[in-house]
Design a protein around this ligand. Structure first.
Ligand code: FAD
Length: 544
């Protein structure tokens, strides 16, 4: 099992006893992308993550693989082209997780864009981003816009533009990249914190680590080190005594989740707010989520929370845009808050700061990367690994990740994807798994779904039918997805804590017991995990 905490001791021993070409610190999408790129090129790679994979910004985004429309407004044309082209690549490599979805852009009186400018902007966007013809924008008059989304408030509405965004599940995308990197030989471990660096002849040569699960400390030796710590990047630059020049400016963005019945929109909408910003309302299996805010953040990086003020801002904007909708604080079923690791620019407001990525190399050789988007993770990885290779001064193969299907994404065409979906959901039915759940699994696990079905089949004897699906999924999470805490599964492998909030609460005691039993944890550890999970559950609905 290449990606399982059942092998934690073995992995930890390898971390401490072997020497690596590259140590990546940070298991968000940026770090995991770098680990995959480097491992594919033949480097010996280790990655450590101080919490769980995707614990940081990579599980707290709007969950869209953008074509980059918002950058058009800031005239970042190259960025629009890069992310647009890249979106198609990410879709091809993870068809189960990156799914085209129509997005409605209502045009309102005194809004950011008028009818002509929206039409022109969306066309420029389609052309620049290389959007395929079948997904080019369509402009709608007021009547057509209301037909597409009857819930829109009609008074100020002039019309709309319909274009395509791709929705994703950010933390699952990160996990599938991590799993693919492990398949390629990289050693990735969660709950390992980098505390400080070690140096040899004035150059960085590894790091001091703490295993947060056992409390053990160790040292890892690596010829190159990449700091992919997202919002925490500057903390590690400080440890390297190299925090000078460019610095991060963190901005917070929150999302709130309603039951779909409270905001029953028919499709995703990207709409204007009176302060000149724009926010998304996105329906997704039984819920609708709305976000995001964009405010300067200077507090605890480990615990960004959604405040009462954040919720009020989003509620006011949503109630104004949709008629007959009177959402209030008590309708919010869950929430998440994330931090954008942006590069500080004097005199710019949070929304004006560039989302471009930036690589900074210290005199000691520490390579730090921050900024960027989920969408551009592969290009960021490519750029960073080129610097790693330069520092190593050795030849590696030049394999590109462009055509590399991620774990769960092993489908060669859309036809094959649809065929496999039919085949696997049909087979699931023979095991008593209903169509909805089978599809949920297919879009979560893609081409890995047969492993879950095998688990379910094995569990058929000796377990009540109602438990089989749950147990099969938990077993997969432990054996193949590096789950160590219940929050790993509920927040970042399945998203249930956000999207099936109430049901997830009931799972906490059983799931804690299951994990403790399979990973041989003692009663004290189990109780701690259970308390931690209850707290995470509460946090997502507490707004101060
Ligand atoms: P992170 O995901 O934060 O990963 C850094 C990791 O480093 C963390 O997991 C952390 O625990 C770990 N770490 C920190 N310190 C240490 C240490 N000492 N030792 C070990 N590990 C450590 N992009 C899009 O493309 N589409 C979107 O829809 C979108 N929406 C967004 C909405 C919001 C509100 C925000 C905030 C961002 C959004 N983004 C979006 C941007 C995107 O989410 C980020 O660019 C991306 O997730 C950053 O990933 P990362 O790996 O660099 O950082």
């Amino acid at each position: 099992m290449l990606f399982s905490n059942l092998n934690r001791n073995l992995f930890f021993n390898r971390l401490t006893s072997e020497q690596f070409d590259l140590l990546v610190i940070g298991g968000g999408i940026t770090g995991c992308g770098i680990a995959l790129d480097a491992a594919l090129k033949g480097m010996k790679v280790a990655l450590v993550e101080k919490n769980d994979f995707a614990f940081g910004t990579s599980s707290r985004s709007t969950k869209l693989i953008h074509g980059g429309l918002r950058y058009l407004k800031q005239l970042e044309l190259k960025l629009v082209r890069d992310v647009g082209t890249e979106r198609a690549v990410v879709h091809r490599n993870a068809r189960h997780l990156v799914i085209p979805e129509k997005m409605l852009l209502p045009i309102v009186q005194a809004g950011t864009l008028g009818e002509l400018s929206t039409s022109a902007a969306l066309l420029v966007y389609d052309l620049l981003a290389g959007v395929k013809r079948s997904e080019w924008r369509t402009m709608l008059n007021k009547h057509e816009t209301l037909k597409a989304e009857p819930l829109l408030a009609g008074e100020n509405l002039l019309g709309g533009g319909m274009y395509f965004e791709y929705r994703t599940d950010d933390s699952r995308l990160t996990i599938e990249i991590a799993k693919r990197a492990a398949e390629q030989g990289a050693l990735l471990l969660n709950y390992i914190q980098a505390e400080d660096f070690i140096y040899e002849n004035g150059k960085i040569f590894g790091a001091k680590l703490t295993d947060k699960h056992t409390g053990k400390s160790c040292t890892i030796r690596a010829s190159t080190v990449v700091n992919a710590c997202g919002p925490w990047v500057d903390l590690l630059r400080k440890k390297d005594q190299s925090l000078k020049g460019k610095r991060l400016q963190l901005t917070k963005g929150v999302h709130i989740v309603f039951p779909h019945s409270k905001l029953p929109i028919q499709q995703a909408v990207y709409f204007d707010v009176s302060d000149g910003r724009m926010i998304f309302a996105i329906p997704r299996s039984g819920i609708t989520y709305v976000g995001t805010t964009d405010t300067v953040y200077n507090q605890d990086i480990d615990q960004p929370v959604c405040t009462k003020e954040d919720v009020e801002y989003l509620l006011a904007a949503t109630n104004k845009m949709f008629s007959g909708v009177h959402l209030s604080m008590t309708d919010v079923e869950s929430s998440w808050a994330g931090l954008r690791p942006l590069i500080h620019e004097d005199g710019k407001s949070p929304s004006e700061l560039s989302r471009k990525d930036e690589v900074i190399v210290s005199e000691n050789g520490l390579i730090s990367i921050a900024g960027g988007k989920l969408t551009g993770y592969r290009l960021m990885a490519q750029k960073t690994v080129a610097i790693v290779q330069q520092q190593l001064g050795k030849n590696f193969n030049n394999t590109s990740t462009k055509g590399v299907q991620l774990s769960g994404g092993k489908f060669d065409s859309e036809e094959e994807f649809q065929r496999e979906k039919g085949r696997m959901t049909d087979y699931a039915k023979t095991l008593g798994i209903n169509q909805n759940l089978a599809e949920e699994w297919f879009y979560r696990y893609g081409s890995n779904m047969p492993l879950l079905l095998q688990n379910a089949e094995r569990l058929l004897t000796g377990n009540p039918a109602s438990d089989i699906v749950q147990l099969a999924e938990w077993q997969y999470a432990i054996e193949h997805e590096m789950v160590l805490h219940p929050t790993d599964f509920l927040m970042r492998r399945s998203g249930k804590l956000f999207f099936q909030h109430r049901a997830s609460h009931q799972l906490i005691p059983e799931l804690s017991k299951f994990i403790a039993h399979h990973l041989h944890l003692n009663e004290h550890q189990k109780n701690l995990m259970q308390t931690e999970t209850m707290a995470a559950y509460q946090n997502s609905v507490t707004f101060n």
